[in-house]
Design a binder for this molecule. Structure first.
Ligand SMILES: Cc1ncc(COP(=O)(O)O)c(C=O)c1O
Length: 358
């Protein structure tokens, strides 16, 4: 097994004479092993780890300069929206939040200042699907960097670099770690210069993870394919159960044939994953809170992608930093519940939904 190099520094026989390692913010052998593993999983040349998913996104935006513009998907993890609008806007970077379900919509926002297109697919929490190949064609045509947050799909279900993305980002905290015991982020790229620029930011800004956490993620990755298969099987069972439930108004899961971009999901993903969102008839927030408090297996908590099922109320939890009027525009209603379907026995999960929802 990869040793945990629990050290901050490394012996140098004379100043500048060492075995490739000087200081652990810059390099650590356990982190190097994980970075190589993540690059291999995504079919990229370079992997970089960060102390959280948001630290990874932070590094990407730091590639830009004041006056640059970013075209971003309009359905995003709340923390991503927050770092874009509350941290980087004040440094003079402009963000356009765009519905990308039809990729051709993006082109009208491209101008000479556009430097980055950023998106999630499936999106958090509305489970929209964006056509990666179509967006990468637009990005290439206008020589704009194209970054994809691949957290929900994981490299097992979808590999954006093979479809033309320049940067793949992960909240490793989720499926890659897989056991809800690590907070970490990652970037994977092919281009050597882009990798060098990001490594410079990684080291200069210093948001790097420790070796113990890298070890845990290396262990998590060994079962990624098996866990994902089970997340997908259980996700399908749960989605199908909820679709016919009399209390459910809308259900969002890309595996349904009537999902707006089901065909694209089928083309660019191996399977549809275990993330599901749904709203209640009457859209009553209190009713969703009641349901969530009755769950036994779907524990109410932030985060997703662990082996144990979780439920979350995006409007008040993960996406609380998005103004209500913006949320409502994309269908993120007050009663919306997001489920991260785990790898438990599917019958137990269905029984749990039955008893909590009545
Ligand atoms: C899709 C997505 N991207 C990014 C993040 C941020 O990652 P982290 O919490 O590891 O900083 C999250 C966290 O929930 C997420 O769901």
């Amino acid at each position: 097994m990869t040793p945990i190099f629990q050290t901050s520094t490394y012996v140098q026989s004379r100043p500048g004479e060492h075995k490739g390692y000087e200081y652990s913010r810059t390099h650590n052998p356990t982190r190097d092993a994980l970075q190589s593993s993540l690059a291999a999983l995504e079919g990229g040349k370079h992997g970089l780890c960060f102390s959280s998913g948001l630290a990874a996104i932070d590094a990407v935006v730091k590639l830009l300069n004041p006056g640059d513009e970013v075209i971003s998907g309009n359905d995003l993890y709340g923390g991503t929206y927050r770092i874009f609008t509350k941290v980087f806007e004040k440094y003079g970077i402009k963000f356009h939040f765009v519905d990308m379900s039809d990729a051709t919509e993006i082109e009208q926002y491209v101008n000479e200042n556009t430097k980055l297109i950023w998106l999630e697919t499936p999106t958090n929490p509305m489970m929209n699907i964006v056509d990666l190949k179509a967006v990468s064609d637009i990005a290439k045509k206008h020589k704009v960097l194209f970054g994809v947050d691949n957290t929900f799909a994981t490299p097992y279900l979808q590999q954006p670099i093979s479809l033309g993305a320049d940067i793949v980002m992960h909240s490793v905290t989720k499926y890659l770690g897989g056991h809800s015991d690590v907070v970490m982020g990652a970037l994977i790229v092919n281009d050597d210069q882009l990798a060098e620029d990001l490594v410079f930011i990684q080291n200069s800004c210093g948001a790097t993870p420790g070796p113990q956490d890298c070890f845990l993620v290396l262990r998590g990755i060994k079962t990624l394919h098996i866990r994902m298969d089970r997340h997908c099987v259980n996700g399908k069972r749960v989605a199908e159960f909820l679709k016919t439930h009399p209390k459910v108004e809308n259900i969002y899961w890309p595996g349904f044939e009537d999902h707006a971009n089901h065909k694209i999901a089928k083309e660019q993903m191996r399977d549809f994953g275990g993330m599901i969102s749904f709203t209640l008839k009457g859209d009553n927030q209190e009713e969703s809170f009641d349901i969530m408090s009755k769950f036994h297996y779907f524990t109410c908590a932030e985060s997703l992608g662990g082996v144990e099922s979780l439920c979350n109320h995006p409007a008040s939890m993960t996406h609380a930093s998005i103004p209500r009027e913006e949320r409502i525009k994309i269908g993120l209603l007050d009663s919306l519940i997001r489920l991260s379907v785990g790898i438990e026995d599917a019958d137990d999960l269905i029984d749990d939904l039955k008893q909590a929802m009545g």
